[in-house]
Design a protein around this ligand. Structure first.
Ligand code: CTP
Ligand code: CA
Length: 221
């Protein structure tokens, strides 16, 4: 691109990116969510658009502005995200799952505000679908990239996820590290691929986004 100086190496490539948190409703007033801001996923979407890709961004609630040229699909719950991803997965060359998906949701969503009662209360949580695991089952030629935010045993847990979910590689980060993780502009990650190759990158989220896209491109058949 003569204007931006960015090489258009992803023209004709369809890339789906999930970003941000999911929100699981309890009643009209309350919900369960997590600390994801969407920064890493939006950075990947921005980098991919600049490099000429056709980008679909499936995003949980985020204050960030998505790239103008992306096809943005806003969702709230993990089930909504699953439906959106399923309906777009067949045409994708690369799927990058940076979203922080809730593992559980309240069994029922109350139509009305839950009133306080005597004594304690508990909410039954049921398992959400594991979107990435399901994608891995019918992977075909698609490049599948996962994320793993961990607080301990980062490499070990991340490697298990690569294998269990049939991924090409995973972006693992230790969210307890300084200048890394939720809401920061920088990150420290390890790209761990299915062949056991490990690449550590400490940089801005936009730079890391480009390195993730470089590696994903290598896996396209
Ligand atoms: N993921 C997903 N659907 C879920 C849960 C996770 O697609 N219901 C994806 C995430 O988007 C991420 C990857 O799976 O790319 C790993 O998520 P993570 O929460 O680290 O792993 P889990 O398999 O949920 O294991 P745990 O939370 O127990 O560490
Ligand atoms: Ca999880």
């Amino acid at each position: 691109d003569l204007e931006t100086g960015v090489e258009q190496d992803l023209i004709g490539k369809n890339i789906l990116i999930t970003a941000g948190p999911t929100v699981e409703r309890i009643d009209p007033i309350r919900f369960i969510t997590n600390r994801s801001t969407g920064k890493m996923g939006y950075a990947i979407a921005e980098a991919a658009v600049k490099r000429g890709a056709n980008v679909t961004l499936v995003t949980g609630p985020s204050n960030l502005t998505p790239p103008a040229k992306a096809n943005v699909i806003p969702i709230c719950s993990a089930v909504d995200m699953y439906e959106a991803v399923k309906s777009h997965m067949d045409t994708q060359h690369i799927i990058i799952k940076s979203a922080a998906v809730a593992d559980y949701r309240p069994e029922t969503i109350n139509d009305q505000k839950i009133k306080k009662q005597e004594g304690d209360m508990s909410i039954k949580l049921v398992r959400n679908p594991d979107i990435l695991l399901e994608l891995g089952k019918t992977k075909g030629d698609k490049v599948l990239v996962g994320f793993a935010a961990e607080t301990n045993n980062v490499e070990e847990y991340a490697k298990c996820k690569v294998e269990r979910k049939n991924l090409d590689f995973i972006v693992a980060n230790d969210v307890t590290a300084k200048d890394a993780g939720f809401g920061t502009d920088t990150n420290i990650v390890k790209l761990i691929d299915k062949y056991g190759d490990i690449q550590e990158i400490s940089s801005t989220k936009l730079d890391i986004a480009n390195r993730i896209l470089d590696k994903a491109k290598e896996f396209i058949k």
